[in-house]
Design a protein around this ligand. Structure first.
Ligand SMILES: Cc1ncc(COP(=O)(O)O)c(C=O)c1O
Length: 432
């Protein structure tokens, strides 16, 4: 088994990064500085760092690289488009074609608008919902992550069941005027969701949710209950499909779970590794973004400099083209489930209490006896042990971000899964 050893060039670069990038981090993801990696190259399911150490990658750029790294069809599409110009702030053929592909694939999508990140997409979906309903508040679920804007960073990480609205603000700098519009309920509790939606119906513009919240699958009837209650009370339902889109099925979680929202947000896979995100859904709602309404009180502004960027669209088209091939999702699920079930079996055999909720292409390992059904369950699991687990994996050439999901790509094969299970057995024995 390979053990990561060389770190000279990494140490030099991390030292430079630490002087200019707070925490030597690009965002909130941070490894201990003496174990941080600087990636030089990715190909298929593997990464190489600047010292030549090789890793099997289960981070996949936090999810976008659903085909694995540097997929030839994506590289070719990007090179071709880049040679023809990178951005025009104007209609272009790749983005029109991608719009058609997404609308064809996604059950709720009748119209679509593009932005560059998942954060922008959920922000704009919420604005649209407010514009359409004329109501101010939104409901989200504890532990649901919708990016880093002011309405999303409420009870995404923390949790407080004591206040009337159970909410915790997860970042400094968020005005009360924003966080105060967010109501929070526990995921996978249909009864409470129904009650909260009914109680706030008069002020509630939308419910926003990850249909599969992080790696927690919805219990039977939960998504249906939220759909019914929102329809009954004139509240829009927004599925945040930034993770699940084109991953759980070609038509995303809506197809996989058979529940259709009013609006949905997409990012990660649709850009094939380039910055691209979208809000799609009912035509009557998206119609509020039509610039012909500029100057009227109905107009909901949506867009930005890079919205509909043709290079990202070309990468997205190539990616979705590959994902549409028959048998792709069946293979992705088979590979991922082999790993997920293999990890659960190792826990069982070694007498280590662990849970592995999720489905083939995305799952998470929690160190606990208790089944993971909601955010409270994830917070009760042993997070320091999960961090030690991730660090032992990293040392052995498996790239997995601590206390977050494993992402599988279509490029992972039985070879990677066998190697990974061998390493995981060793890591589990080490952390005990
Ligand atoms: C479900 C979900 N929504 C939204 C976002 C935000 O996307 P981005 O990081 O592109 O802003 C993420 C990011 O991980 C996510 O997982």
């Amino acid at each position: 088994m390979r053990v990561v050893q060389a770190r000279e060039r990494t140490a030099e670069l991390v030292g430079r990064a630490a002087k200019v990038l707070p925490g030597a981090s690009l965002g909130s993801f941070q490894l201990p500085l003496d174990q941080t990696v600087v990636i030089a190259e990715g190909r298929g399911p593997r990464l190489w760092d600047v010292d030549g150490n090789e890793y099997i990658d289960y981070v996949l750029g936090s999810g976008p690289m659903l085909l694995g790294h540097a997929h030839p069809a994506v590289v070719e599409a990007v090179q071709r488009q880049a040679a023809q110009g990178s951005t025009f702030y104007c209609l272009n053929e790749p983005i029109i074609a991608l719009s058609e592909v997404i609308i064809d694939a996604v059950p709720c999508a009748e119209a679509i608008k593009f932005v560059s990140t998942g954060t922008e997409a959920t922000f704009h979906a919420l604005r649209l919902a407010r514009a359409f309903t004329g109501k101010q508040n939104i409901l989200k679920f504890e532990g649901g992550f919708h990016g880093v804007h002011d309405y999303a960073l409420v009870s995404a990480f923390g949790m407080d069941t004591t206040g009337e609205r159970r909410r915790v603000v997860d970042s400094a700098g968020i005005p009360q005027a924003a966080s105060g519009t967010v109501i929070v309920a526990p995921y996978n509790d249909a009864e409470t969701a129904r009650e909260v939606i009914a109680a706030h119906a008069g002020t509630l513009a939308a419910v926003i949710m990850e249909p599969m919240q992080r790696a927690i699958t919805p219990v039977p009837g939960f998504l249906e209950a939220v759909r019914e209650a929102t329809t009954e009370h004139g509240v829009l339902l927004i599925f945040d499909e930034v993770v699940t889109g084109f991953r759980l099925a070609y038509g995303g979680a809506q197809e996989y779970f058979g529940v259709v929202p009013d609006l949905a947000t997409y990012a990660k896979a649709i850009g094939g590794g380039y910055p691209l995100a979208a809000v799609c859904g009912r035509r009557d709602i998206l119609a509020l973004t039509n610039p012909q309404q500029r100057g009227t009180s109905a107009y909901a502004v949506l867009g930005g400099t890079l919205s509909g960027n043709p290079v990202a669209a070309a990468a997205g088209l190539a990616t979705l083209g590959e994902l549409k091939q028959s048998g792709v999702h069946a293979r992705l699920f088979a590979t991922g489930n082999r790993l997920r079930e293999g990890i659960a079996a190792l826990g069982h055999d070694l007498g280590i209490p662990l849970q592995v909720p999720g489905v083939g292409p995305v799952f998470q390992v929690f160190f606990t006896d208790h089944p993971i059904v909601n955010h409270a369950d994830t917070l009760a699991a042993d997070a320091p042990r999960a961090t030690r687990f991730a660090m032992e994996l990293l040392r052995r050439g498996i790239f997995h971000a601590p206390n977050t999901k494993f992402y599988l790509s279509t490029a992972h094969t039985d070879t990677e899964i066998n190697q990974t299970l061998t390493v995981i057995e060793d890591a589990l024995r080490t952390i005990g």
